[in-house]
Design a protein. Sequence first.
Length: 102
Amino acid sequence: VVEEEVVVVVVVTVVIVEEEVVVVVVVVVVVVVVVVVVVVVVVVVVVVELVVVVVVVVEVEKLLLVVVLVVVVKVVVAAAPLAVVVVVVLLFISVVVVVLGL
């Protein structure tokens, strides 16, 4: 889904901008950075979940805290793709504004 969003943004930007290659490059770089950041966050979250599982096994009495942590982690994972879409849309809007400004 994220890849499709990126492709759409880049294609539309190229069509609108034509000669403004620099703007396109900046958008692509920023989108790539955002995607990489999200991937890193997801990886970190998965690692945290594994640690949480280990904690559950080792210390059952802290189960409540662990459950809270897992719920928070799940919410973060669910919100990550949405965040990417929002960032991409904002980027696209800003590019259009810049182009129209030129």
